[in-house]
Design a protein around this ligand. Structure first.
Ligand code: ADP
Length: 184
């Protein structure tokens, strides 16, 4: 299965993606995790990305798209993937479409994890990641509203809404039952 996961920062996409990845047997490809791995290893991509991430801004699309393209070339992604954190803008969605078109494959759907802003702020502050302070959270929510939320219209009929408020297992159950419908 080839899926894109959408939702505001703090919606729990990453948590859901890793459970879904185990259940569906496809890799969880998280741009945030890939950036953090590069930062940890001190690669030049990591050094460049860190500045933007610490400020809560988007890493330039050119850099991000190159990283995603390389990851999608790896053999484990040949038969499916869960993309978490990419695309984050309509421009990135168009790049992804072109990449998949060249491979002769298509997305099966776009899971949109829905949660209110006050819940996401609470979750992010509880998580305590380095880029989770109130100021960057505010910036990231603004970026989400202006740049990422338009993807919901962009994907139109491909969107599968998932209520992301509740326990991890409960949210996963909702996602799995939507995905079962899809494969029928
Ligand atoms: P969250 O789920 O809290 O938004 P992520 O781990 O997905 O966190 O992303 C952390 C940061 O990595 C983002 O704030 C952004 O700076 C950068 N980033 C992740 N994905 C992208 C992307 N597709 N384009 C540009 N920047 C990205």
């Amino acid at each position: 299965m080839r899926l894109v996961l959408l939702g505001p920062p703090g919606a729990g996409k990453g948590t859901q993606a890793s459970i879904l990845s185990d259940k569906l047997g496809v890799p969880h490809i998280s741009t945030g995790d890939l950036f953090r791995a590069n930062i940890g290893e001190g690669t030049s991509l990591g050094v460049e990305a860190k500045e933007y991430i610490d400020a809560g801004r988007l890493v330039p699309t050119e850099v991000t798209a190159r990283m995603v393209e390389a990851r999608l070339e790896e053999s484990d992604a040949a038969n499916g993937f869960l993309l978490d954190g990419f695309p984050r803008t309509v421009e990135q969605a168009e790049i992804l479409e072109e990449l998949l078109r060249k491979k002769g494959v298509a997305l099966d759907g776009v899971l949109n994890f829905q949660v209110d802003e006050d819940v996401v702020v609470e979750r992010m502050l509880a998580r305590g990641r380095e880029d989770d302070n109130e100021e960057t959270i505010r910036t990231r929510l603004g970026v989400y509203r202006n740049e990422t939320a338009p993807l919901i219209d962009h994907y139109g009929d491909e969107i599968i809404n998932i209520d992301a408020v509740g326990e991890v297992d409960e949210v996963n159950g909702r996602a799995m039952s939507e995905l079962e419908k899809l494969s029928k």
